[in-house]
Design a protein around this ligand. Structure first.
Ligand SMILES: *[C@@H]1O[C@H](CO)[C@@H](O)[C@H](O)[C@H]1NC(C)=O
Ligand SMILES: *[C@@H]1O[C@H](CO)[C@@H](O)[C@H](O)[C@H]1NC(C)=O
Ligand SMILES: *[C@@H]1O[C@H](CO)[C@@H](O)[C@H](O)[C@H]1NC(C)=O
Ligand SMILES: *[C@@H]1O[C@H](CO)[C@@H](O)[C@H](O)[C@H]1NC(C)=O
Ligand SMILES: *[C@@H]1O[C@H](CO)[C@@H](O)[C@H](O)[C@H]1NC(C)=O
Length: 418
């Protein structure tokens, strides 16, 4: 399939994102850190004024080239001097990284998006990595001997090359009349009644991505003046050179609690949903906890290597259950309680992650999972999310790997990457 970039943009506007991490977690397989390469990159410059929104798509970004296994992807927003910016000034709604193949030497941007392993409809939630406000405090490290395989020349058609794209959505809330409302993209605060293509919003749509597109402006306090400033997404990637038989590839799945899997057997991930305040919803029997659940049939399964959920402010946790009710992964947000970057009160500054003991958590082929996303409904929320990002290995490392755990094999393995 080959489509014009404009179509890609259309399909991306509804999309969101999730994950990856970094905390060294070298488990049973020993260390290969000496072979891990690391690089820090900056996105193009993004200019923001108080109340303004940037929702940018940058193609052909700096990225490791060649046949490699990605080990982690961390990001944060910094200013021109490289200083981290706190969320209460520049709210990072999301960043998303996508993989695509592009024909060489053609002027028209004809690109083929390589989506992850699923499972939403068409290209939705097809990113390899992505997170939001929680990005500074969320582990994204993929333990050895696993990795995300990219750049395999056998998968790139003749005349094409592999490239990467990032979408950054940031909201400058300096001087905002209602910071929470701006970050939740309340249409009234943006004075928006049509989406970015000029189409009227769906009836009853109060807030979400359709109201805070690129160049929209959130309401400021009377008389507030602030300077325009330049920000960047600074991202750090770790990777190792690909070696057959030594790295076990993982598949990326992103599940969405708004997914409905109806009679037509199609996924319908809406990405965002609203949480009604419990003071206006008297039917709530959960003590002001809004619980949303959906059942998601998986075509194929595998061993869970890593899991993390993505929620917005107000989120109190998300759990993925197997068909028999066992917990596959539970991921809980942490909130800041200060003012500095990484510790902003009332914002989610990190999500807990799951690193199951090797082989201990398995999703079966054709198993129907249940995803549950809880929010506090003490306050109402618009445009919240309940996504779950999973890394799944279809096979465990070969026996030679396992039999060698207690020997010096993994110690020696570090040399193999050179
Ligand atoms: C692309 O164009 C450049 C310069 O015109 C040329 O050197 C190169 O061989 C071309 N590559 C392909 C794959 O056609
Ligand atoms: C809101 O938008 C309408 C037209 O869409 C415009 O007439 C009005 O002045 C705007 N209000 C503010 C406060 O910007
Ligand atoms: C979500 O809420 C339900 C119902 O109160 C509870 O059983 C479940 O443990 C909660 N899950 C998380 C992750 O908070
Ligand atoms: C902030 O949270 C930390 C750790 O969760 C706690 O030790 C500290 O007392 C809290 N500080 C304030 C001012 O609430
Ligand atoms: C966040 O800031 C609060 C208040 O200054 C402080 O007590 C707490 O230790 C900080 N937490 C972290 C993780 O730095």
């Amino acid at each position: 399939m080959c489509f014009a970039s404009q179509d890609l943009l259309l399909s991306l506007t509804k999309l969101l994102l999730l994950v990856v991490l970094f905390t060294p977690n070298y488990g049973a397989f020993g260390k290969i850190e000496n072979n891990v390469k690391s690089a820090v990159f900056l996105s193009p410059k993004i200019e923001l004024e108080p109340g303004s929104v940037a929702n940018k798509y940058y193609y052909d970004i700096d990225f490791p080239r060649g046949h490699v296994a990605l080990k982690s992807f961390n990001a944060e927003v910094v200013d021109e001097g490289g200083n981290p910016l706190p969320l209460h000034e520049t709210y990072l709604h999301h960043w998303v990284v996508l993989r695509y193949h592009q024909q060489k030497n053609v002027t028209q941007k004809c690109i083929v998006l390589l989506r992850n392993s699923g499972i939403c409809q068409s290209d939705k939630l097809g990113q390899y990595f992505g997170l939001g406000s929680e990005t500074r405090g969320t582990d994204t490290y993929i333990p050895d001997p696993f990795g995300i395989e990219i750049g395999n020349p056998k998968e790139i058609s003749d005349g094409y090359e592999e490239k990467w794209m990032v979408n950054v959505h940031a909201i400058d809330t300096r001087g905002a009349k209602d910071k929470k409302g701006c970050t939740e993209c309340l249409c009234d605060l943006y004075n928006v009644t049509k989406n970015e293509y000029g189409e009227p919003l769906m009836p009853g749509y109060k807030g979400g991505l359709y109201c805070c597109y690129d160049y929209t402006q959130c309401k400021l306090r009377e008389g507030f003046k602030g300077i325009k400033r330049s920000i960047y997404l600074r991202y750090t990637i770790k990777w190792v050179e690909w070696k057959n038989n030594f790295i076990v590839p993982v598949k990326i799945y992103i599940l969405d609690v708004t997914d409905t899997f109806g009679l037509n057997l199609n996924h319908d991930c809406k990405v965002e949903y609203d949480v009604e305040s419990c003071s206006t919803n008297h039917m709530n029997g959960n003590g002001c906890i809004h619980v949303k659940r959906t059942r998601i049939p998986m075509k194929s399964g595998g061993y869970v290597i890593y899991g993390v959920s993505h929620q917005h402010s107000g989120g109190i946790g998300s759990t993925l259950y197997g068909e028999d009710g066992r917990v596959i992964c539970s991921s809980i947000p942490s909130y800041g309680n200060g003012t500095e970057a990484g510790n902003e009160s009332d914002y989610i500054v990190g999500m807990s992650t799951c690193y199951p003991k090797l082989g201990s958590v398995k999703i079966f082929d054709a198993e129907t999972l249940t995803l549950e996303s809880n929010y506090s409904s003490n306050l109402g929320h618009t445009g919240v999310m309940g996504l779950f990002y999973l890394l799944v290995a279809e096979k465990l490392p070969q026996n030679q790997f396992r039999d060698s755990i207690s020997s010096s094999f993994f110690h020696d393995m570090k040399n193999i990457f050179y």
